[in-house]
Design a protein around this ligand. Structure first.
Ligand code: M6R
Length: 608
């Protein structure tokens, strides 16, 4: 959560910081601020509104002088959104300014200790201990003081730090929280992610946990946590600014929904060669694959829902038990896993704190980690034994869409690949699925063509108080995702239920006019689902079904049907989710909600 940026160069820093913060705003947006260092003094501007307000206040940054500065957009953890709690935070003596992403877990002890030394604090944040601790250790050497201070911190943090006595120097620190260094010409940057600096440089260096960087306009030095100089390779980002912009759409979410045919195609097609799945450099060969006696999938939010589709499909094709856990539960439940377990970790950002912690827990118990990640060079990507990237391109909207579908597509590819190697499913079935997977982008396009209809449906229902999604097997997995999408951005109360489970309690909530969306793509259980539709209809529900074209029976039982193009039955989730991404989007627009930045949320959840 929170986005940080820093710049040191030969031109005004504030406009660059504000531009970068706008691109990072999806990471957290309840307050923001910048600090510029000019003639030995900090010029600080903060807002409890969005970055647009900060731009207005500072005449797009022109009112703030200085060619070195740091900026922050906040997702509140310690203390509510207020000017006092907004970053950057200054040390009491005014010598240091700090922006921070993450949580300093031992801040209370450090704060008490510093208070005993007479230092006064002006915010409720954990962050404020950092500049004060650095100031406490400062004896004239900026880097030494930072090293001593961070040696006392526990928790997760990425930091951007300025010191009044060093007019060109910016120090970056990374510890369990993402941070990259952008290498420009006579200017250098730090940022939480690439989107913030891609318009200025595509050459980046990824800091590892514990590493520091000392940035000056003409050079960057990298250090280990002990202060030892280290060499770091840089790499080039292979996408451009257009990928991180709205490209004519009103919202990133709509742009990303519409990008799904391309994103799925780019994730799937390069991995199919001569009719078989080929994962180059996956780091998992036949011998190792044969040693697993179970698979555990861990993830959060939508990535967990993608994993749920994966569970059904992998069990079907591999005949291996697949457990699935929310990462926040897995990490604390003493899971029974060992070197015979393959743990599949799924994360769009690759930075989700709970998912990363679950990965570490599984690794410590000897499991082999295969991660499915979108962000190149992210913490989860780096910590895994095996890695498959979803090639979705940058996803900016808080509500994931193309991130989810490409995760699901990769899970299908994995299941087909492993079943082929282990011969656990008939070749013909695998070939048929693979051919079907190659046709999915077209089928998604066909679903997107129908968006006018979904928009009408959304307009008619946007003021309903609550909604239920039901489904069985893979349809249940999609129901979970459809429901999350809707509640996340439109604030309509929504529940997803395994259709057979509704009668064990929740059906008491169904009354005359309650909307129930019945996902009916999974053919083997179609009759069972029809019985569940009848049960809710009998209690007055208004039922919207979602099924393949030509399913007359479902139409007879429902008030409305969303028909989808025919695809391989096991692949149906990849098309079934599309109308409900659109539905959530149009309902949110109709209710005038902030689609890309829903309240209380942030894109990358880097706190526990
Ligand atoms: O970056 P990750 O995939 O690890 O994120 C996991 C969840 O935080 C994420 O999927 C969240 O649920 C989305 N906002 C849902 O749209």
């Amino acid at each position: 959560m929170c986005g940080i940026i820093g710049f040191t160069g030969d031109c005004p820093a504030a406009p660059l910081l504000l531009e970068g913060l706008e691109r990072l705003e999806y990471r957290g947006y309840d307050s923001a601020g910048v600090a510029l260092l000019h003639r030995g003094r900090f010029l600080v501007s903060k807002t409890t509104e969005r970055i647009g307000d900060l731009k207005a206040k500072t005449d797009k940054g022109r009112a703030l002088k200085g060619s070195i500065g740091i900026g922050h957009t906040r997702w509140a953890t310690h203390g509510g959104p207020s000017a006092e709690n907004a970053h950057p935070h200054l040390s009491e003596d005014g010598r240091f300014a700090v922006v921070h992403n993450g949580i300093i877990e031992n801040y209370a002890d450090l704060k008490a200790e510093l208070q005993r030394h007479g230092i006064e604090f002006s915010s409720e944040t954990d962050t404020e201990v950092v500049p004060n601790l650095i100031a406490y250790y400062y004896k004239g050497n900026f880097l030494d003081a930072v090293l001593r201070a961070v040696g006392r911190l526990s928790g997760s943090y990425s930091l951007g730090i300025l010191c009044c006595d060093y007019p060109d120097t910016l120090i970056a620190v990374r510890h369990f929280s993402p941070l990259i260094v952008g290498l420009g010409s006579e200017s250098n940057f730090l940022a939480s992610d690439v989107t913030a600096l891609i318009s200025h440089t595509k050459r980046v260096a990824y800091l590892e946990d514990g590493e520091l960087a000392v940035l000056n306009p003409n050079h960057v030095e990298f250090y280990s946590s002990e202060g030892r100089p280290i060499h770091k390779e840089s790499s080039f980002v292979n996408w451009d600014l257009a990928a991180a912009e709205k490209g004519g759409y009103n919202h990133f979410m709509m742009k990303e929904i519409m990008e799904q045919p391309r994103a799925v195609r780019e994730t799937v097609e390069p991995r199919i060669k001569n009719g078989r799945v080929v994962f180059e450099d996956i780091g998992l060969d036949e011998e190792r694959l044969k040693t697993f006696n179970k698979i555990a999938i861990v993830a959060c939010g939508s990535a967990y829902h993608a994993g749920m589709v994966g569970k059904y499909v992998i069990e079907e094709l591999l005949r291996l038990p697949v457990e699935i856990d929310l990462a926040s539960e897995f990490r604390y439940r003493n899971p029974i896993i060992d070197h015979k377990t393959l743990v599949i970790v799924i994360s769009q950002s690759g930075e989700t704190a709970d998912t990363l912690a679950a990965l570490r827990e599984a690794k410590a118990r000897g499991a082999h980690i295969l991660s499915i990640v979108n962000v190149v060079g992210s913490s989860i990507a780096k910590a895994s034994h095996s890695l498959l990237y979803t090639w979705a391109g940058p996803e900016i909207a808080v509500a994931t869409t193309k991130g989810y579908t490409t995760q699901v597509a990769l899970l299908y590819l994995f299941a087909i690949w492993a079943a082929d190697i282990l011969s656990t499913a008939p070749k013909a079935q695998l070939e048929e699925m693979l051919e079907g997977l190659c046709r999915i982008p077209e089928a998604i396009e066909a679903c997107l063509e129908e968006r006018g209809r979904i928009k009408d449906m959304a307009r008619r229902s946007c003021y309903i108080g609550s909604i239920f999604f039901i489904g069985r097997n893979i349809d249940y997995a999609v129901a979970l995702e459809a429901s999350l999408k809707l509640k996340e951005i439109s604030y309509i109360h929504s529940e997803a239920y395994a259709a057979g489970e509704l009668k064990h309690g929740t059906i008491s909530l169904i009354e005359h006019g309650t909307t129930v969306i019945a996902l009916a793509g999974f053919k083997p259980l179609a009759d069972k689902l029809i019985s569940n539709i009848k049960e809710v209809k009998a209690r007055g529900a208004f039922v919207v079904a979602c099924a393949t074209e030509g399913n007359q029976e479902i139409s007879n039982e429902s008030d409305e049907v969303i028909y989808l193009p025919p695809v391989h039955p096991l692949l149906f989730p990849l098309v079934e989710v599309i109308p409900f991404q659109l539905y959530a989007y149009y309902v949110a627009v109709c209710k005038d909600c902030d689609v890309d930045k829903p309240r209380n949320l942030a894109k990358s959840v880097t706190v526990e």
